[in-house]
Design a protein around this ligand. Structure first.
Ligand SMILES: [Zn+2]
Length: 479
């Protein structure tokens, strides 16, 4: 039995009573919080003690939507629309070796841990995948020690939402596109086998790793593929993760294809359920919101990515008022440039405000914190994650109060959302294990990782020169 005691900290519990405990302590046994209180508890022999004086202790943040393969893309390209961004991303992320997949996961983990995130959903990868790719990603997440769900990206249809209008691409360009086989789907039977095998091997490992079937986007999948995802999720009791109605074009295409919205189609197909977590949800209709609420599906909102790619602003207050289960994500670093859930929270709490006259309708700091903690845990289908209370997972973050964002300490909830960017994060603990100590990851060497990633970026640029040529030409020809 391993025991860890954090004492003398200011504890922001986010528990049912919303307690903030001065000079508080948290006792952890076997990865679970055993006691929370104030004053000096008894230190038992063999117990690890972390002195929390001058530190704020808060629940770890949960990122409900990111892409590890995009972790190498911070700051690439400016004024990119969603289709242009998508094409360029393909060139950056294709043809990676399993070792490069591992490096991209570690880079994501470094970015996440160092800004106070303890759990996430990695929607993986950009293109077709093999069992070696999946194994590399899952082994790497296991290596990081984080709580991570790998969403295996399903698509067996086309990416009509990012293709230029007919006739825009020259025949030569069309031929070049066919040649490089970007975004060529793999057979459904193969997807089923790969996903089932990964779920059986990895889902639930150490209580920290999950594997979900994860449509790239329902509109890029046949009904058979969507039914397969639902069947796998039922059989193995997993969630289903997807992008959903990120762009206006996706909403228009769904009407043309189904004669109804994507959400209505999922409902009619009989697959919509509380297993679904859906990234973006920018173009939901009021009826869509109602259907998702009724089904218990989770919206994983990504306000910064939506702003960066100019796709719109999700109606977070309307979703909240309808009783939708809400989570927050950063999206991949290609669409958001960093993995800070603090910045995602600030965007979620503020971007809608100018459009809402009644300030009582604005999303509050406390509601935003719920989205970034227990809301995200619901997307990962994790129970008792996201608050500091006995019986809950010991996923904890210590922030330096001796920092401009926290000086003076006015209101810890508001400062978590509006002041902190992630830069005061000192220590991160997942399931009782310290994964970030003094700002440095404990399970891997970030200096060596940075060196390897730099070399990998150069190598990919050379290896994928043909893809960059095609993707750049297409990106230049789409709005
Ligand atoms: Zn995404």
């Amino acid at each position: 039995m391993t025991a860890l005691l954090i004492r003398g900290a200011t504890v922001l519990t986010l528990d049912a009573a919303d307690r903030v405990i001065e000079d508080g302590h948290v006792l952890v046994r076997d990865g679970v919080i055993a006691a929370v209180g104030d004053g000096d508890p008894v230190v038992e022999p063999g117990m690890r003690v972390i002195e929390g004086r001058g530190l704020l202790l808060a629940p770890g943040l949960v990122n409900a939507h990111t892409h590890s393969q995009s972790s190498t893309l911070s700051g690439f390209g400016d004024r990119l629309s969603h289709p242009a961004f998508m094409w360029l991303t393909q060139a950056h992320t294709a043809r990676r070796t399993p070792d490069e997949t591992r490096l991209a996961v570690l880079l994501t983990a470094w970015a996440a841990l160092s800004t106070g995130t303890t759990a996430l959903i990695d929607h993986f990868p950009g293109q077709r995948f093999s069992s070696a790719d999946i194994g590399a990603a899952l082994s790497a997440w296991h290596e990081t020690g984080m709580r991570a769900v790998l969403g295996l990206r399903f698509f067996d249809g086309d990416f009509a939402d990012i293709f230029p209008a007919p006739g825009v691409l020259s025949p030569t360009m069309m031929a070049a596109l066919q040649e490089v086989e970007l975004l060529q789907p793999q057979p459904l039977g193969e997807l089923r086998e790969l996903a089932a095998d990964a779920i059986v091997r990895w889902h639930g490992r150490d209580g920290r790793i999950g594997v979900f079937p994860a449509p790239s986007n329902p509109d890029r999948c046949s009904d058979a593929a969507l039914l397969l995802c639902a069947e796998l999720a039922e059989r193995y009791d997993t969630g289903i993760h997807t992008h959903l109605l990120e762009t206006r074009k996706q909403a228009t295409l769904a009407q043309a294809r189904y004669g109804m919205t994507t959400v209505a189609h999922l409902q009619e197909l009989g697959v919509l359920s509380d297993r679904w977590s859906c990234a973006h949800c920018v173009w939901l209709s009021e009826a869509d919101i109602g259907l998702m609420v009724e089904a218990g599906a989770v919206a994983a909102l990504c306000p910064e990515s939506n702003a960066r790619l100019g796709v719109g602003t999700a109606a977070i207050p309307a979703m909240r008022d309808a009783g939708m289960r809400l989570a927050l994500g950063t999206d991949g670093s290609g669409a958001n440039d960093n993995q800070s859930m603090h910045e995602a929270m600030r965007a979620a709490a503020t971007l809608h405000r100018a459009g809402l006259k009644e300030r009582g309708d604005w999303v509050s700091a406390r509601q935003t914190l719920a989205m970034a903690t227990i809301g995200g845990a619901a997307a990962l289908r994790q129970q008792r994650v996201g608050a500091i209370a006995p019986g809950w997972a010991a996923d904890l973050v210590l922030y330096q109060l001796d920092h401009p964002a926290w000086t003076p300490l006015n209101d810890p909830q508001c400062q978590m959302v509006f002041s902190e960017s992630g830069s005061a994060v000192e220590t991160v603990i997942v399931a009782g294990e310290v994964l970030l100590d003094g700002g440095r990851p404990t399970r891997f060497d970030p200096t060596a990782l940075a060196q390897e990633v730099r070399a990998m970026a150069v190598s990919l640029r050379r290896r994928n020169a043909d893809l960059f040529a095609v993707a750049t030409a297409i990106a230049d020809s789409v709005q």
